[in-house]
Design a protein around this ligand. Structure first.
Ligand code: IVH
Length: 697
């Protein structure tokens, strides 16, 4: 074709450069958890490469980053016979069973000291796949199937950016077969379902189902839209004279080739360390951004693995330690409706008590009416309950096959169960509300609890039981009434001795002197949490200015969108809310206008970077805490970076920080700094202000 643009050396170079940058970005992101390009920069480069390749189709290479999404296999998924069978694992459910495994292994290896090295990692709750590379190029990817024969889903697996299309590095084996798990992270899952809800398509029940459904798509275009990730955990075949001698070293080699392995992977020696690993992983489980159902324990030395061999369908050299189940089944005995602070009416399932993950559960939330419809739940049903960490137990599904006779429909009340007002449901909202506000005793109680809570006015000693009594006796109707209580009257309340009545009066007296952000937060305006209250206070400076603000003024506040602005606006335009505010001020509640910040902002104007993993919190929590102190948190280190927090696994950012002489903090020193900043100790001057009564947690 005469029209074809010329292929210049510059063009070859640009294409090669773009491919390298894109591959490198994937590698940094997936293997080192250390993004080098923003999504927008990645997409821009990918589009540029697509454009160049479309003008010069002869330059397209099968391993180009543009070639991830190909055509659907014409005949559906072909059968793939696994050269090495994909086995399963035996399970251990407690420490004794782990110890029994260690004992079996040691006996079989005729070892009498308890010093064997194991390689441990999380058991990911996804789907096993096997990937074959020939001379560094991905040639085949398959599901586990029955362990001997799986389905060839190469085109779908090629769409995963965490699966290298070609291996990195110099010494590439002729043949490599890598196994691992395909899964969807919690954040990916939320985003996927969010999109499905917006588009009106079906939402997935859990990340595992979503991953399974996504891998089974005939059209790789669809798979490419799903947030699937791959994590390698085994080498089935490697043709390399120089192959490592241990499983852990093999995993390190896989990382060099460009595979992600699990950051929690660790080598431990002896059974005590093994049990500790399993316990720590169990504690960390809730903080991980993906589902795991246990730990996989493998004898680290490959020579010993071979010596131990297999029984039936499982290796003798490995075991899966399974965490206690987070789900249990029980009977749904009744449904009650609770009224929250903002009037939201929440259905609560009363259950036949059952132990779930170590705690006795007799109530679970059903969220809202839509959720009851989605579950198709009826009173008397057999239901599956899930409890994860501190999260409120939930009803996850109904076992319809076990539905007994005589079940009853769950009827949502049309009147508030506490005050009898007609309930409302606003179009487009899932929540049914009692509109009575502070006229409803339930909302009054909740509003008072919120008002008195630690991060609001912090009224020490004003607990739930006392609030309930104050409301029931109608001694208190609005928060302002609290400040007119007399010790003598309080002492009449059962269980409130004279001494604590006086203590409560003292606490009320003390709480009168507060800060503007606390006061705004204490009002309990919908969607106004502590951070928003702080932003509003900083922005407007005085309560009067806030109360008079127009909608547009409110939307100009940092992190305040139209919804929050509308709630704030509506709140201050409600006459009885204005009256309550006036009464509170009459009752002596006050703050210094200058004291607009609830929390000290010692890091204002500074930029911080978090890298690697933190033990005691997620990176998101670390980020939120830094931001609460005024800092900006960035993804890359520069000369202007004020500090870098580096946990295990920190890579290039740490190196960059060291190169630029930026302060680096390990987790322990970061935590102690955080605590000091949050409690108001000033960093620059080293002087500490009056200790605040706010906890730094
Ligand atoms: S190793 C010889 N490591 O667990 C078997 N398996 O029962 C080698 N799994 O379906 C498997 N995370 O998909 C291994 N870190 C991990 C794993 C893991 C999840 C799954 C795997 C398989 C099942 C084995």
């Amino acid at each position: 074709m005469s029209q074809k643009p010329p292929e210049t050396p510059e063009l070859f170079e640009e294409i090669a450069q773009l491919r390298t940058e894109l591959d490198e970005a994937n590698y940094r992101y997936y293997v080192h958890d250390d993004p080098t390009l923003t999504d927008a920069d990645y997409d821009r480069r990918l589009r540029r490469l697509q454009e160049l390749e479309s003008r010069h189709p002869d330059l397209i290479a099968p391993d180009s980053p543009t070639q991830r999404v190909g055509a659907a296999p014409a005949e559906g998924f072909p059968e793939v016979k696994h050269a090495v069978p994909m086995l399963s694992l035996d399970n251990a459910f407690n420490d004794e069973e782990i110890m029994a495994f260690v004992k079996r292994v040691n006996e079989r290896l005729e070892r009498d000291s308890d010093d064997l090295t194991f390689c441990c990692e999380p058991k990911l709750d996804g789907l096993a796949v096997s990937l074959v590379y020939e001379n560094g190029a991905l040639v085949s990817g398959a599901t586990r199937g029955d362990g001997r024969t799986g389905e060839g889903i190469t085109s779908n697996l090629r769409t995963l950016r965490s699966i290298p299309l070609k291996l990195r590095g110099e010494s590439i084996p002729q043949l490599l077969e890598v196994r691992g798990e395909v899964y969807i992270s919690h954040s990916g899952f939320e985003a996927l379902n969010e999109r499905a809800r917006k588009e009106g398509s079906k939402v997935f029940a859990n990340p595992r189902n979503a991953a399974a459904g996504s891998l089974r798509q005939l059209d790789p275009q669809v798979t490419a839209q799903r947030p699937l990730e791959f994590c390698a955990y085994q080498v089935a075949r490697i043709d390399d004279y120089n192959a490592p001698m241990t499983h852990s070293a093999l995993m390190a080699r896989l990382r060099e080739f460009g595979f992600r392995t699990n950051p929690e992977l660790d080598r431990v020696q002896g059974s005590a360390a093994l049990l500790t690993y399993c316990q720590h992983l169990g504690e960390k489980r809730e903080r991980l951004d993906y589902d795991i159902d246990g730990a996989v324990i493998k004898v680290d030395e490959l020579r010993l693995q071979r010596e131990l061999g297999f029984v039936a369908r499982a290796p003798r050299w490995a075991i899966a330690y399974k965490f206690p189940a987070q789900e249990q089944t029980t009977w749904l005995k009744a449904v009650e409706f609770q009224v929250g602070r903002t009037g939201a009416i929440t259905p609560v399932a009363r259950l036949d008590p059952v132990t779930v993950a170590g705690a006795l559960v007799s109530n679970a939330t059903l969220h809202n009416q839509d959720e009851i419809v989605r579950l198709g739940a009826m009173i008397g049903d057999r239901v599956v309950i899930r409890r994860a960490g501190d999260v409120i137990p939930q009803v996850v599904r109904v076992i319809e096959d076990e539905r007994p006779e005589g079940v009853l429909p769950i009827e949502f009340p049309r009147h508030c169960p506490v005050c009898g007002s007609d309930v409302e449901r606003i179009d487009g909202e899932a929540v049914v509300r009692c509109p009575a506000g502070l006229f409803c005793a339930a909302q009054r109680k909740e509003a008072l609890k919120h008002f008195a809570s630690r991060r609001a006015l912090d009224i020490d000693g004003l607990g739930t039981k006392i609030i309930d009594q104050l409301i029931e006796r109608e001694w208190v109707k609005t928060p302002a009434d609290l400040f007119h209580l007399k010790a003598q009257a309080l002492a009449e309340l059962p269980r409130l001795a004279e001494k604590s009545a006086q203590n409560l009066i003292d606490a009320l007296e003390k709480s009168r002197h507060t800060t503007l952000p606390r006061f705004i937060y204490a009002l309990g305006i919908r969607e106004v949490g502590e951070a928003t209250a702080g932003n509003l206070a900083r922005h407007f400076g005085t309560l009067e200015a806030l109360m008079q603000a127009a909608l547009a003024d409110l939307e100009a506040v940092e992190d305040v969108g139209p919804v929050v602005a509308a709630h704030v606006h509506a709140f201050f335009n409600e006459p009885h809310n204005r009256e309550t505010v006036a009464q509170l001020i009459d009752a002596g509640v006050r703050w210094e206008e200058a004291e607009v910040s609830a929390r000290p902002q010692p890091l204002l104007g500074q930029t911080w970077v978090l890298t690697g993993t933190l033990e005691s919190m997620t990176r998101d929590e670390g980020k939120a805490r830094l931001q609460a102190l005024g800092a900006k948190v960035s993804g890359s280190v520069s000369k202007k970076t004020a500090g870098v927090v580096a946990g295990p696994g920190a890579g290039s950012k740490l190196a960059k920080a060291e190169e630029l002489n930026v302060d680096v903090f390990d987790e322990a020193s970061f935590l102690s700094r955080l605590a000091a900043w949050e409690s108001g100790a000033s960093r620059e001057s080293g002087e500490s202000e009056q200790p605040s009564n706010e906890e730094s947690a």
